[in-house]
Write a protein that binds this ligand. Structure first.
Ligand SMILES: [Zn+2]
Length: 284
């Protein structure tokens, strides 16, 4: 599933290549890709210029001339990229928009269709029902605010990191990687973690996310960027998907657990629970 770094890679790519260009020949091939019925969807987009590309959590916002915003979520398997217009659309391509004067097409493909789109007035962006629920992401909140938000939750730290109303943009990969980097057990109770450890976790998150963006994201479940190229951060994962292999820091075999219904990899030596009392699982 694309997380913050993957969506950021697409946002930066589209910002560089799409902004300033006019959409034409817009085609919606599956209407249920829209979260609600939008009469005249294609005509509303036709002839509008891409003015800005913004990321909010894992959402992409394409702001268009004339005060409209196209909101896109890539779900589990969504791709939004600029394809060569001569290239036949792959199966599960749900949306296509040509760019005036360029041999390129903006295409949305989503085989599993957990993603979706909406189109609305840019003035209504802040109050959009999906966007109001998304908390600021780690780049948008200073470490003390991050620590306060986390400490307000009586739940395992991993579950809190995955909760988008607490921190935006994170999923399984970057939760596991940052907890390992900060040496915090995924089942540690959020409200039992001391502030300095949460400040360290915030720093670890920024470092992991920045590196992931620099590597073009993680290409798990076929993520590709705005030009259809894969990322390389999956080769840099320290723990995610590596259960049973040695911890890159101490050599101990990495363990797997289920936390918040998600497969979780951690190092039993580097990421200890200080006492049984600190564990959500053991205290419940
Ligand atoms: Zn270790």
């Amino acid at each position: 599933m694309p997380e913050l770094p993957e969506v950021e890679v697409i946002a930066r790519g589209l910002r560089a290549r799409l902004v300033g260009h006019v959409l034409e020949n817009v085609r919606l091939l599956r209407r249920d890709v829209l979260w609600r019925r939008i009469p005249d969807f294609e005509n509303k987009l036709e002839g509008r210029r891409a003015a800005a590309v913004v990321r909010r959590g894992k959402y992409l916002l394409l702001r268009l001339s004339g005060g409209l915003t196209l909101l896109v979520h890539l779900g589990m398997t969504g791709r939004l990229w600029l394809a060569d217009e001569a290239e036949p659309p792959a199966p599960h391509t749900h949306f296509r928009a040509g760019l005036a004067g360029l041999p390129l097409e903006l295409r949305l493909r989503d085989p599993r269709r957990f993603g979706g789109m909406d189109l609305f007035s840019t003035a209504r962006e802040a109050g959009h029902p999906r966007l109001v629920r998304v908390a600021p992401d780690p780049f948008q909140m200073p470490a003390p605010e991050f620590a306060e938000r986390i400490r307000a939750r009586h739940a395992p730290i991993k579950a809190v990191l995955l909760n988008h109303s607490v921190v935006g943009g994170l999923g399984n990969i970057y939760a596991d990687e940052s907890l390992w980097a900060a040496r915090i057990h995924p089942l540690a109770r959020a409200d039992m973690l001391k502030r300095p450890r949460l400040v360290a976790l915030h720093g670890a998150l920024l470092a992991v996310l920045e590196r992931a963006i620099a590597f073009g994201g993680s290409s798990i479940s076929d993520f590709v960027d705005h030009l259809g190229a894969p990322g390389y951060f999956q080769n840099e994962h320290r723990v995610y998907g590596r259960a049973g292999r040695p911890c890159p820091r101490c050599g101990r075999t990495l363990a797997r657990a289920i936390v918040a219904q998600r497969g979780t990899t951690f190092c039993p030596r580097c990421q200890r629970l200080a006492t049984a009392r600190d564990s959500h699982q053991l205290s419940e």
